[in-house]
Every structure is written in C-alpha cells, then in structure tokens.
Ligand binder design. Sequence first.
Ligand code: FAD
Length: 320
Amino acid sequence: MKVTEHIVKAKKSLFSFEILPPLRGCDIQDIFSTLDPLMEFHPPFIDVTYHREEFIYVEKENGLLQRKKISRRPGTVGICAAIMNKYRIDAVPHLICGGFNKQMTENALIDLNFLGINNVLVLRGDPLKSEKNFIAPKDGHKYAVELVKQVKNLNVGKYLDTTFLEKKESPLFDFCIGVAGYPEKHLEAPNMESDLFFLKKKVEAGADYIVTQMFFDNKKFFSFVKKCRSKGISIPIIPGIKPISSRNQLNGLPSRFYLNIPNELVKEVEKAKNKKNVIHVGIEWAIHQSKELKNSGVKVIHYYTMDRPENIYKIVQAIY
Ligand code: FAD
C-alpha cells in the first residue's frame, strides 16, 4: 500500500520508523533485531536510508594510505524486500541523486517495481565529506526535484530512452513519492522563503507527501505546516522525531542539520549526570513532543531510530 493510502485510512496516529542499513559485514539479523520489538506498534511502513559511496583511507602493508571508494552501509533495496517479506508491511527505500546517473536511477526503479515496492522517498543526498558543496553526478540530477520528475515520468510510462523498449503501451510503475521538508529550513537555503519556494517545486513536480527533518520544538513544526499551507502546499506533512541520546549532540546536531535545540532541553541534558541520564532526558522530551503532535491530530509520526531502537521503543510505548 502507498504511504498516502495509509495516511488516508488512519483512524488514529500511526508510528513509522526509519532505519539505517547495517554496516558492511554485518547481518540482516541486525535489522530484524531492531524491528522485531517495534512491530508491536504496527507501523504502516518502514523507511530504509540510502548511503552513497564515500572515499575512505586504508593503510596498506607498506604503511602508505590508499584512497578507496566504498559504501559503508550497502543493502537498502535488499533490506526493503526482506522487511516486506518478513513482516508483510510496506518498506520505503530512500533514493538519492548523489552517485547515480539517470540510467542507474531508472534501473534501480525497475528493480523496486519488480520487487513490488511502490513507495520511494526522493532526496538529493548530502555532499561527500570530501566536497564543499553537493556535486551532481555526470548525467545525474542536481536537485531532488529533478529526481521527482524522473520517477513521475516513469509513472506515466516515459522511460529515458524508448529505442529498446519491448512494450510501449501501458505504464508499469505507480510510485508514491515522498520528499524532505525542513521546519527550520535546509542548511544551504539562504532563507525559509527560498526553501519553501523549492519545496513547492517538488510538490508541483509530483511529490505525494513530505517527511520533515528532525526538530525539537513542536512550534517550529506547526509553523512550518502553516507556512506550507499558505504557499499552497497541501500534501500530507509527516513530522520526523529523533530523541537526543548524547551530550555531544547539543552542538553536533545544530551544526550538521541547521536546527535549534530549546534552552530547556539543553539545560536538562547538561544537568544529567551520565550517559544513561542524558538518554532518559532525550526520551522524555520526545515523549512530550509526540504526545502534543498526536493530540494535534497528526496522522503519522516518523521516528529516526539511528541504530537506537530501544529508545524509540520507550517513546512509542508511552504514547501508543
Ligand atoms: P533538495 O530538495 O534538492 O534541496 C537541497 C537544497 O537546494 C535546499 O537548500 C533547497 O532550498 C535548494 N534547492 C532545491 N531546488 C533548487 C533549485 N532548483 N535551485 C536552487 N536551489 C534549489 N540523505 C542521504 O544521503 N540518504 C538518506 O537516506 C537520507 N534520508 C533523509 C530523510 C529525511 C526525512 C531527510 C529530511 C533527509 C534525508 N537525507 C538523506 C538528507 C538529505 O539528502 C539532505 O538533507 C540534503 O542535503 C538535501 O536533500 P533534499 O532532498 O532536501 O534536497
């Protein structure tokens, strides 16, 4: 079922989860161990992030460093298929512009279609650590909006090249397309107005719903929804929640994602005596956020598990 269908059918707030593929060399069992307990909350869908190849340096026998390009977390599509097979629920693979040319994207979408996956979250991807700004791949896309258009084209049967098409009549694809939205603006956007302008372009190109970046102040989310609606963005907006789990995140998250952490939360984290107490503060804050979102009638709350499913379990258990 499509994400938008889940939203339409939801009689009360639903809880979806986002997981990362395990690190290279790990087992699919790691994913199942993450998800098994969360299944108690009947998630309508599970998102699986995509991680492009990065340059890493490995030491050779002679002591010199060698630069290698490698994805440390491969397996997004396989994991989605495994989730659908094991739990009989929908999986949403993330599809990014970074590292893909248009043909590779088309082939990936064909794979997804053959696997019965009809949801995708379409993103640009971040710049590589070695890049200052995002560099579009050769023959690829520079912005998520272009990728939305490519998926939408396939939905109406428009392939990149018709020369080798066996059948030309009916479209085979029917992807439901999600895109990212930023309640406190995307870090590269010069201002909120500009970011909303380009968010609307993604909607006009065919996005069906929006999932937000994490935020720690619900007022930011409510105000974002209001601004979107005033700009004519009427598709569903799913709030994304991540609990703080370490003191370092007080500085790390704002610098990496361009977001504010309310002073009250900062003080609570600083007061916490040890890691366990910091985690407790993060969970309690996220429970408070989730309750308010639920009471406001939000149809789906999306949780970033970030390899910490036990924290997410406690949050959803408190509001389920
Ligand atoms: P875009 O919508 O392309 O926007 C990028 C920037 O360009 C914005 O500042 C926007 O205002 C601006 N812009 C857009 N269009 C134009 C235009 N035509 N002209 C000029 N400026 C423009 N990253 C991953 O690598 N893998 C993942 O699995 C992943 N999952 C994510 C899930 C969620 C819910 C979110 C919120 C983010 C995720 N990310 C992921 C991170 C995401 O890739 C980054 O935030 C990235 O920097 C921007 O992606 P985007 O799709 O929002 O880009």
